[in-house]
Design a protein around this ligand. Structure first.
Ligand SMILES: Nc1ncnc2c1ncn2[C@@H]1O[C@H](COP(=O)(O)OP(=O)(O)OP(=O)(O)O)[C@@H](O)[C@H]1O
Length: 303
């Protein structure tokens, strides 16, 4: 649906935020996973036609198979795109209904009756119907994000981009929000940018891991996890020895259990006595790719 090739962007301060990014995004939920500063927002803003790339291409399959050049044909992209930015602000003294109506007018829904139907339908879809007359300033974080999705869905977009939408949501609100996204992903392509591994594990059939402007892996989470089979090992170690383990092995993650670190190590064979093999998960995949990138280009990632 969306094809991105060799996209690069260097900001005027010299930061190379996108470094030859190539991705194929099919219909459904696509997880874009990466730490802060990976370049996710730069990519999202470029696709949303809000900033320019230096080089590369991006094409979106439009209605009836027409191909849209995302970087050049911005009006056409905007007609097919729904975008929930990372810093989505709302007018606190306006009701959800009024603001969504306002956005609908901006999207070109000028016929009053149709607009009302669309707006009412979206408020129901995102489960804000009962709260539609409340001022947005009284909304919880999760309600605000669901409102953000409603405005992103105006105009029946074929591609929906949501940038770090679950940061700051409590577990219940996060679940509710992700379920809503999954429903939407049944019909359109949804790119979910996040630094939370579980967001991707829970609902994205395809994904990419990004860091330092580069795509480190793309494909199905289950394939990436299978590729690490028999290579992840766990051990509980004394706190004082943690540094030694990190020196000797590729430590993927460290978690405190009852006050002592439990480490996951990436190694083709049992690294030492006392390590037990564990079934890898997406978090192991994520850290293994980040460690691998750091090992290959230690200076480039020594931030
Ligand atoms: N307008 C800008 N001018 C200069 N540097 C920028 C600009 N926007 C982003 N950067 C830098 O580009 C790099 C990528 O940032 P970007 O916001 O795309 O990453 P991200 O993965 O979305 O992370 P975050 O979740 O922190 O936003 C970072 O080093 C950031 O500091």
């Amino acid at each position: 649906m969306l094809t991105i090739r060799d996209l690069s962007k260097t900001y005027s301060n010299g930061v190379r935020a996108l470094d030859g990014v190539s991705l194929d995004v099919p219909r459904g939920m696509f997880g874009l996973l990466g730490p802060n500063g990976a370049g996710k927002s730069s990519l999202m803003r470029t696709l949303a036609t809000l900033q320019e790339a230096d080089s590369g291409s991006a094409t979106l399959e439009g209605e009836g198979g027409a191909v849209i050049d995302v970087l050049r044909d911005k009006d056409a992209v905007r007609r097919q795109l729904g975008y929930l930015p990372q810093d989505f602000g709302v007018y606190p003294k306006v009701s959800a209904l009024d603001l969504l109506e306002h956005f609908a007018v901006l999207k070109g829904l000028t016929a009053r009756k149709l607009r009302r139907e669309v707006v009412d339908g979206l408020l129901q879809q995102v489960n804000l119907w009962d709260a539609r007359k409340r001022n947005l300033g009284t909304f919880s974080g999760g309600m605000r994000q669901r409102f953000g999705i409603a405005q992103a869905l105006l105009g029946n977009p074929r591609l929906v981009i949501v940038d770090e939408p679950t940061a700051g949501l409590d577990p219940e609100e996060r679940n509710r929000f992700l379920n809503l996204l999954a429903e939407i992903g049944e019909n359109v392509a949804v790119i979910l940018s996040t630094h939370i591994v579980e967001d991707v594990t829970d609902l994205c059939p395809t994904m990419a891991i990004m860091n330092k402007g580069q795509v480190l892996l793309t494909g199905r989470p289950s394939d990436a996890i299978d590729a690490l089979a028999n290579q992840v090992w766990r051990k509980q170690v004394a706190k004082a020895t943690l540094g030694d383990y990190e020196h000797r092995h590729t430590v993927l993650s460290t978690r405190l259990v009852a006050g002592n670190p439990v480490i996951h190590v990436f190694a083709p064979e049992r690294p030492e006595e006392g390590f037990e093999q564990v079934a890898p998960d997406l978090e192991d995949v994520y850290f293994q790719r980040l460690r691998q990138q750091a090992a290959l280009a230690p200076h480039a990632v020594a931030a």
